[in-house]
Write a protein that binds this ligand. Structure first.
Ligand code: C2E
Ligand code: MG
Ligand code: MG
Length: 429
């Protein structure tokens, strides 16, 4: 097998890791990097008609053809049943990426021989370029996938990411009915991102982050489907099922670090749902969860939108012992006057400040100010977006209580998180 092929089995988490290291190199060399996602047209139909072995053979041949036309430093990785990602680590401009896409189309136009059948295969591609379309691996992937979804929808051979793709997509998908099916078919899955205690580095808990594993669209990120679910009202059902699934998982976590906290995101609109408190209490009862281990994350902007109702709901949750964390803190508009009555237990500093705190003095000042604000109101403070050891050290020096971020781990599936707990070694500060 060509060493340009990194994996012939679907392996999305390691794509993010590879992208991360290639993007770091591109950043230091000042080069651009392109990500192409190639999806076989009607792959599912093909699989159903000819069987698993045939589709695997087809995918292997496809990888070999891609390897034949790629440069030595390009990399190919399977990321879905019918999907490959292609990383082109140094390109001069976006035109270069289009040239590559055309080359791929030509290479795929010749038929394949699978078992003893001659088949021709079409593909759609989504393209995104670093740094023009995204600065982080997960966003670059997300943008290439959005472009791919658009290409599939308009049956274009390839499309380059455009900023308004996200909106177009939301408008044109029949997301409501697809989400309904997703709920029925259990296509929603929870990933966990570990959170560590910055005093000593021990594992403190995890944040539950939803993913939608759609059979037709691959993994759909929450910032696409949560706003739509909120709009259609499906967010309620989705959240109740997320709370139950997460508490069920948490009940089985290894206990080597003592009881771990579980953070769940609550959409703003649910603060006005009078069944929220009862639903949370019921779910805790079913899974025998200790309330002070459950943290509900509510964004700052949401909380400040309707202070009377949200503060009341938070107070009720607090009375039942459930903790509330104010997510994305620093991006909303809390005035100090409101702040003094906030019934929360934790502030969670938005990742946009944390990620850049070592390079931007302004961001470092904001991080410090939020930590001090939390301390003076007797709140815990957590930082998200800790992407390096240096950031962890800087946060620990500022006496931030908790951190989570790609340096410790990306969000990972439930079974991988249980494994993570068993194997976790605290960093040395
Ligand atoms: P959030 O609650 O602020 O979650 C943190 C987001 O930051 C996650 O994105 C996580 O993967 C990302 N992140 C964490 N560490 C790093 C890092 O070091 N670098 C970078 N660049 N990113 C990092 P994700 O999983 O895509 O979630 C996005 C948002 O979707 C969440 O933001 C949350 O607002 C929403 N969301 C996710 N699951 C749910 C859910 O079950 N219910 C609701 N209502 N919202 C959810
Ligand atoms: Mg959150
Ligand atoms: Mg956040």
């Amino acid at each position: 097998m060509s060493d340009k092929i990194l994996s012939l089995r679907p392996n999305r988490p390691s794509l993010i890791r590879y992208l991360d290291s290639y993007m770091r190199r591109a950043r230091t060399s000042g080069r651009q990097l392109a990500l192409l996602i190639i999806q076989v047209k009607r792959g599912q139909e093909f699989g159903a008609l000819f069987g698993y072995r045939s589709i695997e053979q087809l995918m292997e041949q496809l990888a070999e053809r891609l390897a034949d036309i790629c440069r030595d430093r390009d990399r190919i990785m399977r990321i879905g049943d019918h999907e490959y990602a292609l990383i082109l680590p140094d390109i001069l401009n976006t035109g270069h990426c289009i040239l590559a896409a055309n080359k791929i189309l030509r290479a795929l136009s010749a038929p394949f021989q699978v078992e003893n059948r001659i088949v021709s295969m079409g593909a759609n591609m989504g393209l995104a370029v670093f740094p023009e379309h995204a600065a982080q691996p997960d966003t670059l992937l997300q943008h290439a996938e959005l472009a791919l979804s658009d290409a599939i929808r308009s049956d274009a051979p390839y499309l380059m990411y455009k900023e308004d793709t996200q909106e177009n997509l939301a408008g044109t998908w029949n997301m409501e009915s697809e989400l309904g099916t997703a709920l029925d078919n259990c296509e929603l899955e929870i990933f966990y991102q570990p959170k560590i205690n910055l005093r000593g580095g021990l594992l403190a808990g995890a944040e539950a982050l939803l993913r939608w594993r759609s059979p037709t669209r691959g993994i759909v990120p929450p910032n696409i489907f949560i706003p739509i679910a909120t709009h259609t009202g499906q967010i309620r059902e989705l959240t109740w099922s997320a709370i139950n699934m997460a508490l069920q998982h948490a009940a089985t976590w290894p206990t080597r670090f003592g009881p771990l906290s579980l953070a769940i995101n609550i959409a703003p609109s649910l603060l006005e749902d009078e069944t929220l408190v009862r639903r949370v209490a019921d779910a805790m009862g079913i899974w025998s969860a200790k309330p002070n281990r459950l943290i509900l994350e509510i964004t700052e902007a949401a909380m400040m939108d309707n202070i009377d109702v949200s503060f009341e709901t938070i107070r009720e949750l607090k009375n039942r012992g459930v903790m509330v964390s104010i997510d994305d803190f620093g991006t909303g508009y809390s005035s100090l006057a409101n702040f003094k009555n906030i019934p929360a237990s934790e502030l969670k500093i938005d990742k946009s400040f944390v990620m850049n705190m070592l390079t931007s003095k302004a961001d470092a000042n904001i991080v410090r100010a939020i930590i001090n604000l939390a301390k003076s109101f007797d709140l815990q403070v957590a930082a998200e977006g800790a992407e390096s050891m240096e950031i962890l050290r800087a946060l620990a020096a500022l006496q931030c209580n908790y951190a989570q971020g790609y340096y410790i781990s990306q969000p990972i599936p439930a079974n991988a998180f249980a494994q993570f707990i068993s194997e976790y070694v605290p960093p040395v500060f």
